[in-house]
Design a protein around this ligand. Structure first.
Ligand code: GRF
Length: 204
């Protein structure tokens, strides 16, 4: 729904942070990125945030391999509450969020995934699309729920796969498409009313 105040956004990222950079460069989104958190101290996303004067911290993800562990999760939620965040953008964040985390931000966590979901959920989606031989792949921005890459779809962009594509060439085109899509989807999410019926998002 349209917000009466400027939204306060957190970006959670584990990797190089090109999507974060694109969001920071995207102009007016209807909200400000006020903090960037990572489970990896060496994440490029943290360096990008600091260059732009955005608060950035690596936090202990706990001992679970692919999730935020119980005690650690509480510390992440505390840091987000301290920053007075109301919306969370996952941008290459390689951990699954558990029920308590989701409950703290109901319907207010977005993720970008490098495939046309529901095709190729999970890791290595670009390589798997290439190996599978599909002619069209793409990227998806969706709401995060308890599933992995299955929440309601907010927006998608198609990317054609060329006969001579390599993983490198396709990844480069996918990243460009992702950067445009994530900014567009976040802007719409923060500024345009929508209805959610079943899994179906309809912009008003
Ligand atoms: C992107 O391809 C995103 O779709 C996936 O992880 C990658 C993150 O890239 N979830 P970056 O760190 O934003 O460059």
């Amino acid at each position: 729904m349209t917000s009466p105040r400027t939204r306060r956004l957190a970006v959670l990222a584990s990797g190089q942070g090109t999507n974060l950079r694109a969001l920071l460069d995207a102009g007016e989104l209807g909200g400000s990125i006020v903090v960037v958190l990572s489970d990896r101290a060496d994440a490029g996303a943290l360096a990008i945030a600091r260059e732009r004067g955005v608060a950035a911290e690596a936090l202990d993800p706990g001992r679970a391999r692919a999730r935020l562990g119980g005690d650690a999760e509480a510390a992440w939620l505390a840091r987000l509450a301290e920053a007075d965040v109301d919306t969370i953008l996952l941008a290459g964040f390689m951990r699954i969020l558990d029920a308590r985390f989701l409950a703290a931000y109901p319907g207010r966590i977005l993720n970008i995934h490098p495939s046309l979901l529901p095709a190729f959920p999970g890791t290595h989606a670009i390589a798997r699309a290439l190996e599978h031989g599909v002619r069209v792949t793409g990227c998806t921005v969706h709401l995060v729920d308890a599933s992995v890459d299955e929440g309601p779809i907010l927006d998608q962009t198609a990317v054609a796969i060329h006969a001579d594509d390599t993983l490198e060439s396709l990844t480069a085109r996918m990243h460009s498409a992702e950067h445009a899509l994530y900014a567009r989807a976040v802007r719409a999410f923060l500024t345009r009313p929508f209805t959610l019926i079943g899994r179906r998002v309809t912009w008003q």
